[in-house]
Design a protein around this ligand. Structure first.
Ligand SMILES: Cc1cc2nc3c(=O)[nH]c(=O)nc-3n(C[C@H](O)[C@H](O)[C@H](O)COP(=O)(O)O)c2cc1C
Length: 217
């Protein structure tokens, strides 16, 4: 296999914050762009996926569960790694990952990544991503934020991560929860240069959102 044929996935790390629809939208967006995805779901994220979707995410049946969660039938571009598997491919810097998107990110994941704890595969891959100087996007979901988390976010920024709060903008004309979720997911993909059509971009015209075609009146 020559270098051009090597599979170069984005690692999507899903931690146990509210906001599992953001992860589903990012995964859909990556696959729609023809990108490969390596998926790591933290133990706590199983609780949020169950709470927010009713789906019990199982390592042994991840393909069925991911299809039910994302609505994507063709998951041939996805590889799944259990959160406790420290021997997983992306736990090494020699694995040809393009980078990592942690979405949604808990305050615990933010702390663990900022401090380099590597307490599970998700945090280990984030540390590897930083040491390899690859793109790392951390999409935090928590409010309000305490001082410790704010310090950890500054530390992540200093280490080169993109800190991207799950904070939908309303200028894109989104009026449904799905559109607001897709806005955040689109900004995550923007941060790593993956093309998408998840939200309507600002075009320099005030009031453009109100005139957006198909917008509910
Ligand atoms: C239903 C539910 C919602 C949660 N929402 C959040 C959240 O929005 N942000 C957050 O930082 N933690 C949230 N938590 C707490 C985290 O899951 C918990 O701190 C966990 O230890 C994080 O582990 P992880 O970073 O390994 O996924 C939530 C927990 C549950 C059960």
């Amino acid at each position: 296999m020559n270098d051009q044929q090597v599979r170069r996935p984005w690692v999507v790390g899903v931690s146990g914050a509210s906001g599992t629809p953001y992860a589903a939208s990012v995964i859909r967006g990556l696959l729609a762009a023809g990108e490969a995805v390596d998926l790591v779901v933290s133990r706590a994220a199983r609780l949020t996926i169950l709470d927010e979707t009713g789906i019990s995410f199982r390592d042994a049946h991840w393909r069925d569960d991911l299809a039910a969660w994302t609505g994507v039938e063709d998951l041939s571009g996805v590889r799944h790694w259990p959160a406790g598997d420290f021997a997983a491919g992306p736990s090494s810097g020699s694995y040809p990952a393009k980078g990592m998107l942690v979405v949604p990110a808990t305050t615990g994941a933010v702390a663990g990544i900022a401090l380099g704890l590597s307490k599970d595969l998700l945090q280990r891959v984030a540390s590897v991503t930083l040491k390899e100087r690859r793109p790392l996007v951390v999409c935090l979901r928590e409010t309000p934020l305490n001082g410790v988390t704010l310090k950890h976010l500054v530390e992540l920024d200093a280490q080169g991560a993109v800190v991207l709060p799950a904070s939908p903008g309303f200028y894109a004309g989104g009026s449904t929860a799905r559109e607001l979720v897709d806005f955040v997911a689109g900004r995550v993909l923007d941060a790593v240069g993956v093309p998408h059509a998840l939200y309507r971009r600002w075009e320099g015209e005030l009031g453009g959102a109100v005139k957006a075609p198909g917008r509910a009146g």
